[in-house]
Design a protein around this ligand. Sequence first.
Ligand SMILES: Cc1ncc(COP(=O)(O)O)c(C=O)c1O
Length: 390
Amino acid sequence: MAKCTISQRARDISPFHVMDILGQAKRLEAQGKDIIHMEVGEPDFDTPQPITDAGIKALKEGKTHYTPALGLPELRELIANWYHTQYQVDISPNRIVVTPGASGALLLVMGALLERDKKVLLADPGYPCNRNFARFVEAKAESIAVDSTSNFQLTAQHINDHWDDDTAVALVASPSNPTGTILSRQELTDLSIAVKAKKGHLIVDEIYHGLTYDDIDTPTALSIDQDSFVINSFSKFFGMTGWRLGWLVVPEEYVPVMDRLAQNLFLAAPTMSQYAALAAFKTQTLDILEQRRKIFEQRRNSLLPALQSLGLNVTAPPQGAFYIYTDCSHFLNKKQPDSMALSKHWLQQAGVAVTPGNDFGSHLAEQTLRFAYTTNEQRLIEAVERIKQI
Ligand SMILES: Cc1ncc(COP(=O)(O)O)c(C=O)c1O
């Protein structure tokens, strides 16, 4: 048998710790145990019917061939129009690159902007794949510890303190995963000014846009800085995780390189998904999505105080996405000394699955847990009751 040789690059890509929890949850379910899943980072709702219907129609009509690498022109047009209606920002459709999920967009943007050994600044806690994408393109992720004093976001001060000659990029997400916190217009402006002063690039991941609560202002970075690189996706707000479709907005002069990279890395985003997404911006679909947004908001409103009453401290208000990031120090002891052990204990004893903090970085990781409210309200409250009883 040939020797199995795996590149150092591939060996350095870390797995999700929550897979341990998921594996254990699956085993318990196979034994007949009822598990409440609060570890899942995707909406529990199926894709809205008008989108699915459009996808089926496309398949029936034989729309099964490649599209241009940058995406279907009519979809790029609709996305540009979305920026106009949603944010009153004018973007040329030419600047929009349709990708296989936000994941495809992250790969393109990091591949295009990061030289070998150059650095990208990231918030810790943050979306775990970002540092792996950086590694994959032979660049380096510099994780900056953030906490409630900056709403778990990078600030202009962080940029100034951490930027050095090897730094090329700062990447933020608003709303953030795992905290659901949002960058205000002023904070985004300050970040943009700080990054520009360093002659670097700002990437803003806006994948949770649309899922925001209390009428909070959630500006797109494009309304502040047309030179920023903005990532978005049909996965979360539009409920299309499995269709693998997202997009990236880049400055005009970066369109050719994105085209070239997209052609080589994945040729194009899935064709049927692009046709399906043409129905995503229809009034009928947007009405469904607004109803779902309200349901998420209601879930957050009932889960947040319930978790706090258990003794889980929430130090920054979750303003968007579908996550609550909590400090679980109160529950730690000799038997469950960290959040990983605690989440395994809760799964075993209460049948409640949550994500331990070490999936999002190392800062505060052992004393934090992320709860996803991607399950109906009744089950969320039942989960809290079960934890209370052990
Ligand atoms: C912050 C963030 N960015 C990007 C992604 C990737 O999403 P997708 O590739 O499904 O669009 C996720 C998925 O959970 C995420 O939380």
